[in-house]
Design a protein around this ligand. Structure first.
Ligand code: PXP
Length: 239
């Protein structure tokens, strides 16, 4: 059965909207874990628009399951990761002007620098996942540079506006998952997954973990974190 890693970035987004001390993403993480989350994810962005350095440091001490740090492949972030030692680092592309991470890391373009980051982190005992589009060439490159895990970008599928576009996008995810499995990579999946789109992953048992943030935090605003996480976990159990 696949696990659920809950991304609490958007709890911090709400806090940073007013630059106050609440809501506390660490409290959200504790509630998510108590509701059955298998991991907590945060993205420390260069511009610190939501998660702050202190959040990551406190989470490292508080999280009981596993702490997954999403970050760009930069020397600043590598330094922070080596210091904090998350249980997994997920390397993502980052653009200042984007609302959220758009697309996976393009390993055709960034293979050498990403390989160096993967080496520095994994040599220090921190496994690395690379967030990539569901494209065979990207999976093969992730394997070639020794990443332990790939996270398949599910955004194109989740955001598709017609059934035909959804089907096309999902076929690519299936092919990518099968190839990654064949190459013995650990497989995570995420971006844009909500309480409806998660159901499409039924039968795709090669996926180890789903990384889900926005839909869970959005539901938590209305029904509470515990119920929001439990409802997503129950849907994942049925897959
Ligand atoms: N995985 C990665 C690599 C991401 O960058 C994000 C967004 O921060 C997510 C998963 C979660 O996406 P969402 O918030 O749309 O569920």
């Amino acid at each position: 059965m696949a696990g659920l890693a809950v991304n609490v970035d958007h709890v911090a987004t709400l806090r940073e909207a007013r630059k106050v001390s609440y809501p506390e993403p660490v409290a959200a993480a504790v509630l998510a874990e108590l509701a059955g989350a298998d991991g907590i994810v945060v993205h420390l962005r260069k511009d610190r628009r939501h998660i702050q350095d202190r959040d990551v440091r406190i989470l490292r001490k508080v999280v009981q399951t596993k702490l997954i740090l999403e970050m760009a492949s930069t020397s600043e972030m590598v330094g922070i990761a080596l210091d904090i030692k998350p249980d997994l680092v997920t390397l993502v592309p980052e653009k200042k002007e984007e609302l959220t991470t758009q697309g996976g890391l393009d390993l055709f373009v960034h293979k050498n620098s990403v390989a160096e980051t993967v080496g520095s982190l994994q040599d220090n005992g921190i496994p690395v996942s690379i967030f990539i589009d569901p494209a065979p060439e990207q999976i093969k490159l992730a394997h070639k540079i020794n990443a332990s895990t790939v996270e398949i970008h599910t955004g194109t599928f989740c955001d598709a506006t017609t059934p035909q576009k959804m089907d096309q996008a999902f076929d690519k995810i299936v092919d990518a998952v099968k190839l990654a499995h064949k190459l013995k990579l650990k497989i995570n999946a995420g971006h844009g997954i909500c309480y409806n789109t998660i159901k499409a992953f039924n039968g795709l048992h090669e996926i180890d973990e789903f990384s889900i943030g926005h839909s869970i935090v959005s539901r938590a605003v209305l029904v509470g974190m515990e119920r929001a996480v439990k409802e997503m976990s129950a849907l994942i159990k049925e897959l």
